[in-house]
Design a binder for this molecule. Sequence first.
Ligand SMILES: Nc1ncnc2c1ncn2[C@@H]1O[C@H](COP(=O)(O)OP(=O)(O)OP(=O)(O)O)[C@@H](O)[C@H]1O
Ligand SMILES: [Mg+2]
Length: 260
Amino acid sequence: MTSPVIDTPAAGAGAAARAADLWKVYGSGEAQVIALRGVSVELERGRFTAIMGPSGSGKSTLMHCMAGLDSATRGQLAIGDTALNGLGDAGLTRLRREKVGFIFQQFNLLPTLTAEENILLPLAIAGRKADPQWFQTVIDTVGLGDRLGHRPNQLSGGQQQRVACARALVARPEVIFADEPTGNLDSRSGAEILGFLRRSVTEHGQTIVMVTHDANAASYADRVIFLADGQIVDELTEPTADAVLDRIKRLDVVATGASE
Ligand SMILES: Nc1ncnc2c1ncn2[C@@H]1O[C@H](COP(=O)(O)OP(=O)(O)OP(=O)(O)O)[C@@H](O)[C@H]1O
Ligand SMILES: [Mg+2]
């Protein structure tokens, strides 16, 4: 089966992932929550994008829909030139396996496997072999050379997250989605992880999108998108931590209706 191809190149050429007028509604009746209200965004290839916004603003929902982990209520989604709409469960599973990498706040490593086995698991499931040279590059990048035989409970949190980064990078996915990857780490381990993500974009052309609450973490990105109440409300390019903090303050002022 071939994947459907988006037939509007003007609206998607060069994007590693995109959403167009994406709506996500959870539940119905009184319990209904509108998590996303018509979000349109393109994630350019080889760029590092951060998504920020208050708790409940829809950041994780946006990532899950764009990564094919959750279905859209309405709107168009694509990874590379593959449209997610209408792919079906089997197609979505294959797409996630072949084109998407994930890094979660809780690491999500398998406890019975060694670091190396965890890193190679997605490729093994897909029936693919790691390119030995690239595997070595990834291991060197995340600095795990002497820990490959350890199991997750024999590793620190920072080391476990490095394993998770290596696992995402080794398959060279079209795009890596990271949901608060430094949320459980001390600032030094967090900075290391952010450094690896930055390098994988700058040196290896990887595309990464990362949810974070931390202005400093966001400053590693090329672009920051601000969500509020299920909508994109602002955006910054080449962000510094100060510029991000300043923007958050201003958005708070707008949201609360406060005057200066
Ligand atoms: N499975 C679900 N069922 C019902 N409502 C949900 C579900 N998942 C998320 N929501 C709701 O959708 C809205 C957006 O949630 P989401 O998890 O995307 O927020 P977030 O920006 O990632 O927040 P946080 O910063 O706390 O992680 C919230 O109001 C949340 O309660
Ligand atoms: Mg979230």
